[in-house]
Write a protein that binds this ligand. Structure first.
Ligand code: ARG
Length: 477
């Protein structure tokens, strides 16, 4: 085929086709307008393939040099925006190959020896996703650091811990934030695990059955920094489980973000008033002048649905596909790309919203979440958050726990009718519930006493929380 013929390839693939594709079918089947973002991975994969073809004597050294030269020029053209993407050439792979042949002639046509777009696209998506996973890992670290920074300043700030959104027991605000650090740390672990399975090489599987050329697949894997080669050609070209796994991990990460979003939204509401986020993450209302709406957390909560939707799209795409490659798989890209974009933007914005922005003049971060410790503490003083502490106190005086539980229920009832906290009931009143109660009871009824008493590993006592902060600092570097 002359390069002129290659340009017309989709008008009729070969002598076998008696009519060209209609415009509608061309548009329907083309992927270049979204898969062109794989161009760097496509060139990287092609260069590794060409290097191996030359090393194996399948193409000549001068062909290899021509391919390198042509690809360098193509990369420059794409970067500068001069490259002309053609819908007629269907996808990123055919666009780049056609341009290479235009630039270097026969060497360009030899590049595809022992290769198919089926193993090429599977390789490109894996290479691209590997790079994105590494970027996301960095963003997850930034967000965890931001949370740890805020936690460090708020170890002794107390807010009500909830179960069923009812006041349960007082907890340190730092402890609360560190719960999210744990979630994001697991998200990073999950992504690292997905990366291992993503980072394997399909190239060499060719269309589906392997190839007749003496390829050195291990060499290509090594050049591309991959951990190994796909060991079955049918599987290598067809499965997209790595993309599904990635989207599942991304969905979980977004679910964690949505939980944090929901808390920020509640905490910012007038009824809580626990925190403020910087104005640049909020918007006003066009009708109600007093409003400052938490748009960013709300959108993040909404975008969680979108990412979970992409997971559904990909897993449904794969379901029931017979071996090996099917064109269905071209539909893997848009959900995958949008998952990556949404997750990256969300993590970036959350790290800044929580931790603030670096002010180069002071070297300090500014404009992170502002904490209203007094409002948190006032809320913790409502709802009898130290009732369990009183029960534990009675157990230590010898009462069986169930009896202590019942005794405290009476005390709470009395406090409710006096419209006061347990710690505000006079000693004589408390002693009416049980004679073993002494004035040291007020130590356990205080929020700080309650906190310090929960000094088991993973508990909310300030000593435990400080130890966790140190562990995270050490881990996050
Ligand atoms: N654009 C295609 C995709 O994304 C490339 C592979 C095409 N292979 C084929 N046999 N039509 O999956």
């Amino acid at each position: 085929m002359s390069s002129n013929q290659l340009d017309k390839k989709t008008e009729a693939w070969s002598a076998l086709f008696s009519e060209p594709m209609s415009e509608l079918v061309k548009r329907y089947t083309a992927s270049v307008f979204f898969d062109k973002r794989l161009w760097q991975a496509d060139i990287q994969g092609s260069l590794a393939h060409a290097e191996m073809l030359a090393a194996q004597g399948i193409i000549g050294q001068s062909d290899h040099a021509d391919i390198q030269r042509g690809m360098a020029q193509i990369a420059r053209e794409i970067e500068s925006g001069a490259f002309e993407w053609k819908l007629d050439l269907e996808d990123v792979h055919l666009n780049i190959e056609a341009r290479l042949t235009q630039l270097v002639g026969d060497a360009g046509k030899r590049l595809h020896t022992g290769r198919s777009r089926n193993d090429q696209v599977a390789t490109d998506v894996r290479l691209w996703l590997r790079g994105e996973i590494d970027l996301i890992d960095g963003l997850l670290t930034d967000l965890q650091r931001a949370l740890v920074d805020v936690a460090e300043k708020n170890v002794d700030v107390i807010l009500p811990g909830f179960t069923h959104l009812q006041v349960a027991q007082p907890v340190s605000f730092a402890h609360h934030l560190l719960a999210y650090v744990e979630m994001f740390a697991r998200d990073a672990e999950r992504l690292a695990d997905v990366r291992r399975r993503t980072n394997r090489l399909p190239l060499g599987s060719a269309a589906l059955a392997g190839t007749t050329y003496p390829l050195d697949r291990e060499r290509v894997a090594k050049t591309l920094g991959m951990e190994g080669v796909c060991q079955n050609s049918l599987d290598g070209v067809s499965d997209r489980d790595f993309a599904i796994e990635f989207t599942a991990a991304a969905s979980l990460c977004m679910v964690h973000i949505s939980r944090l979003s929901e808390e920020l939204i509640l905490w910012m509401s007038q009824n809580f008033g626990f925190v403020k986020i910087a104005d640049r993450f909020t918007t006003g209302s066009s009708i109600m002048p007093q409003k400052k709406n938490p748009d960013v957390p709300e959108l993040a909560r909404g975008k969680t649905g979108r990412v979970v939707g992409h997971l559904m799209a990909l897993i449904t795409l794969m379901k029931g596909q017979p071996l090996a490659y099917n064109k269905d798989n071209q539909e893997d890209k848009e959900p995958l790309f949008d998952t990556v974009d949404t997750l990256k933007d969300t993590l970036r914005i959350f790290a800044e919203m929580v931790g603030g922005q670096l002010n180069p003049a002071t070297g300090q971060k500014e404009g992170g979440i502002a904490v209203n410790a007094a409002a948190m503490e006032a809320a913790a003083n409502k709802g009898y958050a130290t009732a369990t502490d009183l029960a534990d106190y009675l157990v230590k005086k010898g009462l069986p726990f169930r009896d202590a539980h019942e005794t405290v229920a009476h005390a709470v009832k009395a406090a409710t009718s006096h419209n006061c906290d347990l710690s505000e009931l006079p000693l004589a009143v408390l002693q009416g519930f049980h004679p073993s109660i002494d004035k040291d009871v007020y130590d356990v009824l205080s929020l700080r006493g309650s906190l310090s008493a929960r000094n088991t590993l993973g508990g909310t006592a300030p000593a435990q929380v400080r130890a966790q902060i140190a562990r995270h600092r050490n881990r996050l570097g």
